[in-house]
Structure formats: structure tokens, C-alpha cells
Design a protein around this ligand. Structure first.
Ligand SMILES: [Zn+2]
Ligand SMILES: [Zn+2]
Length: 292
């Protein structure tokens, strides 16, 4: 008999205001089994320095925590697809530093938005992302923490809004074990992959398996969407309050193929995440599925 519940590990993004180590207690407070953090301010190029004291505090807090799993989300400013040499070089340096922090902290992955081509064309942008990641991995064989390419809403010139982009990148980067995928239910819906009802969610998971492969799915961001299908606008909403609805989340949570895939919320209001997890656990158990 296994003690593991018949559902994916569930968790949430957690704040790190008092230092990275404080995220562990914050994860335990809401009963998160997996947490996501920013290792540095997501809107700034200058990264937080991880000194010996910060690493020691991290290890102590981790050993004390019930939560065992942790990933990071990289900074929003990074753009590995940028055709501007200065922005591109800065992005490569910043993502390398992000991988170094994640490796030092012993994280199981780091989420990355693939990038925006800013007018240079999708093919050129995708090629630049693949070349950048290959170069980083080749220059730093010690950085084994996997990059999780995230599906995007496709606003502006952002790439990664089609499953074909993600599949192309995985094949072109060709570094098994160092690259995988993170899906975001809000982004998928905004990108035009209807998440508004259970049969559509099921069909999407089948399509993902056919185009990318479920073996590459390392993380799911469970977010409802304030915007309609195909809007290309990324606005997260609380679980059940947006265009997706509770039954769609229940479908994600109850698919037997996804029981090992950690799922985390990034819904508005960090203070609501405990409640969100209570609802998600109920949905996973087949309760509370009716909206409202
Ligand atoms: Zn993201
Ligand atoms: Zn988003």
C-alpha cells in the first residue's frame, strides 16, 4: 500500500520577502507539497547575491519543512530570442546566473518564458532561443538543473504559444534531462487551446502527448483566466472564478497520466493560496466540481 494520494503533488508560488529560506515555512503554512519561488527580483536585471549565510539558512529551513519540492521561476526581463545583441547578451548572462543559483539551492527545475522575437520573425526567434540554451549548457556542464520552457499566452511577439514551438525547441536544443516543459492553464486558454470544459481539456492533454510528449511535462501552473479563449492576453484569475471553471481543473487533477506531475497555483493574492489548495484537493477527490 502506498501513502501517496491518487493525485498530483499540489502547491503554489511562495514569497521570499524575508530571504529565500522563508519560503519553506510559507509553503508549510498553506500545506503546499511543491513550491515555486523567484531566486531574485523578477523585474530587475541585478540579481540577489547568494552568500554562505543565505545558503546555510536555506538548508536549515528546508530540513525543517514538510514541503519537499521546489522550483524557481526566472526573471521576466530575460529574452533569449532578442535580436538586439545587448539585450541578448544580458539575457544569456542573467539566465546562466539563474541556473547557478538554482543549482546551488538544489532546485528541481527553473521555469523560463522562451522569449519574444520583437519583430525579427518566429523562426529566427526560435533558433536564437535554441542556440542560446545549447551554448549555456555546453559552457556549463555542471549546471544540471533542468530548464522548464513555459507555454505562453502569445501576447505581442512572445514565442511558446503553440505546442509546435515547444516541440521544435526540445528537438533543436537536444539535451535530454536538461530541458522539459511547464504548461500554464491560463496561458493555454489565452493562446487558443480551449480549457473551458472537461472534454476540451482532455483533448488538449491528448494533443500535448502527441505533439510534445507527456514524458516532457515537468510542471503545470494551475491558473484560471480572466480572458476568453484565444484572447492572447495573460491575466490570471482565482481557481473557478474565470473562463476555465472548476470542472476543467478537476480534469487536470484527475487524469491518471499526470499523477506524478507537480501542479502549482500562481493566482492573484498570495494570501489566498491556502484556500485555493483546499479547493484543488477537493476537486482532485471528485468533490466541489459544480461551479459557484
Ligand atoms: Zn511564467
Ligand atoms: Zn501568466
Amino acid at each position: 500500500m502506498s501513502n501517496h494520494p491518487a493525485r498530483p503533488p499540489l502547491g503554489a508560488h511562495r514569497p521570499t520577502v524575508g530571504g529565500l529560506h522563508t519560503a519553506w515555512a510559507s509553503a508549510d503554512e498553506i500545506g503546499a507539497e511543491v513550491m515555486q519561488i523567484f531566486t531574485s527580483s523578477p523585474q530587475q536585471w541585478a540579481a540577489r547575491r547568494l552568500d554562505e549565510a543565505a545558503l546555510a539558512a536555506w538548508s536549515v529551513a528546508r530540513a525543517d519543512a514538510v514541503c519537499r519540492r521546489v522550483v524557481a521561476h526566472s526573471a521576466y526581463l530575460l529574452n533569449l530570442a532578442s535580436p538586439k545583441p545587448e539585450t541578448h547578451e544580458r539575457s544569456v548572462a542573467a539566465f546562466t546566473a539563474e541556473l547557478q543559483r538554482c543549482q546551488a539551492l538544489g532546485l528541481e527545475g527553473v521555469v523560463l518564458h522562451p522569449g519574444a522575437h520583437t519583430g525579427d520573425g518566429e523562426e529566427a526567434g526560435l533558433e536564437r532561443i535554441a542556440a542560446s540554451l545549447r551554448a549555456i549548457y555546453d559552457a556549463h556542464p555542471e549546471l544540471t538543473v533542468p530548464t522548464l520552457l513555459e507555454s505562453t499566452a502569445g501576447s505581442g511577439t512572445h514565442l511558446g504559444y503553440r505546442l509546435e514551438h515547444l516541440a521544435w525547441l526540445l528537438a533543436a536544443i537536444d539535451r535530454p534531462g536538461r530541458i522539459a516543459v511547464c504548461l500554464d492553464t491560463c496561458h493555454l486558454h489565452a493562446a487558443g487551446y480551449d480549457q473551458g470544459w472537461p472534454a476540451a481539456v482532455q483533448a488538449f492533454i491528448d494533443e500535448f502527448d502527441a505533439v510534445v510528449g507527456l514524458e516532457y511535462l515537468a510542471l503545470v501552473h494551475l491558473n484560471d483566466s480572466k480572458t476568453a479563449v484565444g484572447s492572447r492576453v495573460d491575466r490570471h484569475e482565482r481557481i473557478g472564478d474565470g473562463h476555465l471553471g472548476r470542472a476543467s481543473f478537476a480534469t487536470w487533477l484527475r487524469d491518471e497520466r499526470l499523477r506524478q506531475v507537480p501542479m502549482a497555483v500562481e493566482t492573484p493574492g498570495l494570501e489566498n493560496h491556502g484556500e485555493e489548495l483546499v479547493l484543488l484537493r477537493a476537486l482532485a477527490a471528485g468533490e466541489e466540481v459544480d461551479d459557484g
